[in-house]
Ligand binder design. Structure first.
Ligand SMILES: [Zn+2]
Length: 259
């Protein structure tokens, strides 16, 4: 999802800048030149906490239990496959906000909308695919890599506060256009590695691909790709091909099922 970083919003930005003015502060206050994965994770934790305040959380006990159970299988697998993630303070919450889909911010901060899962009528394997895609954005350090790409595109960012770069990546249309190919590649990578992660966690590949079929069928423009996003049709096609390869070459995922 394109919303994985969470939209801090202008009000939040102003509040944070005000806060920075009167307190000795960490990550966000530093120049973008000092960018590290720890800074990205620290900021994600701040923004996630602020976002949680904007939502009614975990209101549907059954859905929340379902999301937590499925996420647990994927997080357990990610901890084995991506050692860095083993120490993360993973968090999983649900909401019913209509404009929220699902995302996993840096450091393993997950928020999933019941409305989105209901709209696509996702079964457990399809929900696992959705979550695995989002988890891969975090495990593959996609936010950090996007900032690093912005610094390569325009080295002047290095001397400006990280918080400004963070804001520009979500709001500066010129920079967003320049970053679109990076975002596109990251979506393709999260789809592919997400399916592999969920499959290694024990989910059948063909069932995982069903998520993309439902996304395709539920889309109003299933064949339209954007500069920063492959079309639902391309995503479903890639998922079908990967699932077919996995099923052809392996009888079962190379690990015990975790669910
Ligand atoms: Zn994504």
């Amino acid at each position: 999802m394109s919303n994985r970083r969470g939209r801090a919003g202008r009000a939040l930005l102003r509040a944070l800048l005000a806060l920075l003015a009167c307190a000795p502060v960490p990550a966000a206050a530093q120049d973008a030149a000092a960018l590290t994965q720890q800074m990205v994770i620290a900021r994600a934790a701040e923004v996630y906490a602020a976002r949680l305040n904007d939502h009614v959380l975990d209101g549907d006990a059954r859905f929340t239990a379902r999301v937590n159970a499925i996420a647990a299988t994927l997080i357990a697998r990610a901890r084995r496959d991506y050692p860095e993630t083993a120490d993360w303070a993973w968090e999983v919450h649900t909401t019913n906000t209509p404009d929220q889909n699902a995302d996993c911010m840096a450091g393993g901060k997950i928020l999933v909308s019941l409305a989105y899962v209901q709209r696509l009528e996702l079964n457990d394997a399809e929900l696992a695919m959705l979550l695995a895609h989002e988890i891969e954005h975090a495990a593959l350090r996609h936010n950090l890599k996007e900032y690093q790409q912005a610094l390569r595109l325009d080295p002047r960012w290095a001397a400006r506060p990280f918080l400004e770069l963070e804001h520009a990546v979500d709001n500066d249309s010129g920079l967003m256009d320049q970053l679109a190919p990076t975002n596109y590649e990251q979506e393709v990578e999260a789809d592919r590695e997400g399916m592999l992660l969920a499959w290694r966690a024990g989910w059948p590949a063909a069932q995982l691909a069903g998520y993309f079929k439902k996304m395709y069928r539920g889309s109003v423009s299933p064949r339209r790709s954007k500069p920063d996003y492959p079309s639902p049709q391309l995503r479903w096609q890639a998922a079908r091909e990967l699932a077919a390869t996995l099923q052809k070459n392996y009888v079962q995922a190379p690990s015990e099922p975790l669910h």
